[in-house]
Write a protein that binds this ligand. Structure first.
Ligand SMILES: [Zn+2]
Length: 146
């Protein structure tokens, strides 16, 4: 990784750290308030996915929720590359996106529904999407138990 020499890169990274958990916490509060219980920072016991974690996981219903940072996961509305080391960043962020899609496919193959939420999304709308996934995925995962 190039050093964060430019103010541009430093600003993005620190913004990421600051805002990275706030949208997730807002979402967790809303879901918890609806009586929903979930695992946090859940590690999958699936071949090829052991190093990837879901921000939230409803293990019985097999619904995994990822709250993706706009910068690191290249949100279509907010993704831009830092000017310094532009090519390096382009490759790095493309790798992140490819890994996200790979994660989605592997989880789907194991019967998981994946909900991806951008950090910029309204928390209420995000919570609705999770609840919707829990409802629509219920019958499909009826056989699964942990
Ligand atoms: Zn965004």
């Amino acid at each position: 990784m190039p050093d964060a020499s430019s103010a541009d890169v430093r600003r993005r990274m620190s913004a990421q750290v600051r805002s990275g958990t706030a949208p997730e916490m807002a979402l967790r509060r809303l879901l918890h308030g609806q009586g929903l219980r979930y695992r946090v920072d859940y590690r999958f016991d699936i071949q090829g996915l052991r190093r990837r974690r879901a921000d939230l996981a409803f293990t019985r219903r097999r619904v995994a929720v990822f709250v993706d940072g706009c910068f690191w996961h290249s949100c279509p509305q907010h993704a831009t590359f830092p000017k310094a080391n532009r090519d390096w960043w382009a490759a790095k962020l493309a790798t992140n996106v490819a890994r996200d899609r790979d994660t989605d496919e592997r989880l789907a193959a194991e019967g998981w529904a994946v909900v991806r939420i951008w950090e910029h999304e309204d928390a209420l709308a995000a919570a609705d999407r999770v609840v919707e996934a829990l409802h629509s995925h219920r019958t499909m995962s009826a056989h699964s138990t942990p």
